[in-house]
Design a protein around this ligand. Sequence first.
Ligand SMILES: [Zn+2]
Ligand SMILES: [Zn+2]
Length: 960
Amino acid sequence: MKANNVDKENGNGKGNSVKERFSNSFTARKKEPNFLLSVFVTSIRLFVIALLVIGFACFGALLGVAKAYVDGTPALDIQRIEDQNLTSFIYDKNGELITEYKGLEHRIWAPLEEIPKMIQDALIATEDVRFYAHNGLDYKRLAGAFINNLRSESVQGGSTITQQLIKNTMLSPEQTYKRKIQEAYLAIQLEQEYEKEEILEAYLNTIYLGSGNYGVKAAALNYFGKDLKDLNLRECATLIGITKNPYKYDPRLNFYKRKTPEVTYARTNLVLRLMYENGFITKEQYEEARFNDKFPASTKNEGFVVLEESSHQKLYDYPYFVEYAIEDLIGELMELYGWEGSDGRKKAINLIQTGGLHIYTTLDPEIQKIVEDTIYNYDKYPKTKNSKDSVLRQKQGDRVLDIPQPQAAAVVLDHQTGELRAIVGGRLEPQERFWQNRANLPWAPGSSIKPLAVYAPFIEAGYPGGIIVDDIPVPIKGWDDGGGKGYPSNYSTSKFYGPITTKVAIQHSYNMSAARTLLERVGVEYSMNKLKELGITEPNYVEKGLPSDLALGSDPVNMIEMTAAYGALANKGVYKEPISILKVIDKDGKVLLDNKSQLTLTVFKESTTYILTEYLKNAVANGTGDRALFKNMSIAGKTGTNSDFHGVFFAGYTPYYTATVVIAHDRHSVSLEKDATGGKFAAPLWKAFMEKIHEGLENKPFYDEVPSGVKSVKICAISGKLPTKECDKTTTELFPSDAVPKEECDMHQKITVCAFSGKLPTPYCPEESKVDKSVVVLPKDSIYQQLKDDQLEKVLPGAFRSLDDLEDYDYNDPKYKEAFCPLHNEQWHKGEQQRQELTQAANQLIALVTDNMTRYASYLTQQEANTLNKAVDKLKKALEAEVLQPPKEDDPYYTELPVFQPDKVMAEINNLQQTYNSIFDAEFWDRVNGDNGGNDDNNGNNGNDNSAGSLWWNGGGRGR
Ligand SMILES: [Zn+2]
Ligand SMILES: [Zn+2]
């Protein structure tokens, strides 16, 4: 591509650049006989050089060294000069160009005809005044430099333009005698094969001129905004002045950043003086061009303007993704060519920046844009615990910036292909290249690790120990929290949930269950192996296998790796290595890299990921991840919250994409606001971009049908085994078909209990309160046996440690007190007897009253009848209130019964008696007797009834 540009720029009659002639003549001379001959000839010459050089030293020894150095010299490779100026191109997944890519170097090749004579002269006058006279080496300067440097390791000065060209383009930069001799050897070779003009052209197009500029054309544009032909003498001298020390003499740095323009002025003036002294310019030209002593006030300096802004600093689109892809590609190239270490890395970078590659990435520009916009503009980030932590002063490139905290990052993956679709590495849009990309950094995933390291392996292994996991405060074998209690706390500390299904443990993200399942069921080794297969590389996880990492995600994991691991859950158990590069075409149109080597590995059976996905769907729909939910899409995922609110995480997937988000302070140990959980903050951010990404995508289930390896089985909710008729709590759960429970529940038994207390009936429990009930009886080796009584009562209310000796239970033995109904005791029994007596008496009174009311209805006024009825009703109500029913199913048992309080009943009896007496008084009976004449029977009866009631009442009162 770049070659075309060169031809275009050079595109008049001549039509072929020095470059091409370099290559052509080099190819022609590649034939071996010529080459050997040339080596021979130059070797002879080198002996002559060596003779001169070592005239002051031990002749024989140095001769041998020089010979050895020459033998190790790389072949003269003009290709390496030519290759330096090819721009690469980066494309998105649709093949649309995102950007040209030139690395930080800017090179534009200009043929010598285009380079002003003033520049050529300035260079020769300053660097190599005998350039046109020597044969590649300037023996006079070389000898002088050698003496000067005799006592030091480094060698400098004395180099001709030819030597510098060799040094800049073909050899490693260290300054040793070995390299120096090799450089001299190659310089002589170069001079033999090329014209002086060709060497000069190559030099002026490859020399480094500061601020990333290689060659005078790029530098002229960058510093002055000018084409070469428009430069004046002063500008030419300034450019050449830079070569001696590109950093020190960088005019932009001197004018704007360091405010030391005098450094550039003095250097430019020196170049101009050398040009004048060597006869390249006249005295007038020299005087006209040089800077005055008193600049910059002098009007003479007008018209010399160094541009403040570099034209190179314009950034490409999607920098976070593009730069991740470049990083990815560096690794791929090093592998491809067997390059290693920092040297290999440099080679790879050089190839990307200058190799004219066409790099096709997996980036989806629509998705990338959505995620960028969301992360950059989101306004619901949590606060830091202390407001002073809400910004962090950080260096980014040349700038120092106040970075808002906490920071955030997100990754979106097409899990079916392993192709990364979007990467956003921070809340700020990058202002220059290679800003910190947090998406490619490790972050603590918190509980988001549980499905990967604990539960998927647990299901894959067939739920060893059963589907029920135990969330109880019993020390976990292998859990070392530094002399603590031997198990981790749940988020709501001090609460434990007893026997729970795997589904529920995930839904509420219980730490205790996860740690116990890892260490007592899954095993660290198996967990580590699965994580390795899922592409996790963090040593704490896959080498050390720290339980606090595998179960709770305490230490950081690379976020791209986390995303790809979740991608395997979404992709039915098949892990796809995450890739950002689809293919790379080299400058000749050949495929350099494609994705055929992408690692694909089946880590879990489809039945495992089906079941886990059901659990993770539930965790989003009903659990900690509910804020990730959006309409019309299947969603599975898991929150993560770090201890002390050190950051939040969410990892989740739809049938289309897998994505992760993190929100945390750049200093991981800084706390966010209280209650900053993954559910509260990471899940909604995940939803914010995923909902937009899925707009217009059809909703579909994760699986078209239940995989054949999955069975749905009804089990006892306590033991996890097949339910018997004694099991009072069952649940239907998913199993890999080879892990379906076959044994029947061994924890439930039926015994007779008191329906009010759920405990063994006492001799006082009423017969009608005795019912059959399922109770939990712990097997001898049950882990629950290790709980203290009060702990057991909390997680398994009413459980028995053993029923073996139930028949020996003696109500009168205090040892068994806890097993018996505490409600129906002797005190209750006495009260109950009293209640029965009172009830009997009250019923007798009611019978008397209602009987007489009926019999003598005609003697009663309506008002009197009403008054009596009211008093009867109130007494009946008082009696009813004292009768207690057993608790309904699912209601808790009574822990105490109201002790019978006779006062209320007695008060109502009293009231009824008095009401009766005041209405059926003597006057009443006179009236009745008057009407009935000699009906003694009635009179007598009434009188007797009346007095009997009174007598009873007085007796009852006393009895109390
Ligand atoms: Zn059971
Ligand atoms: Zn009872």
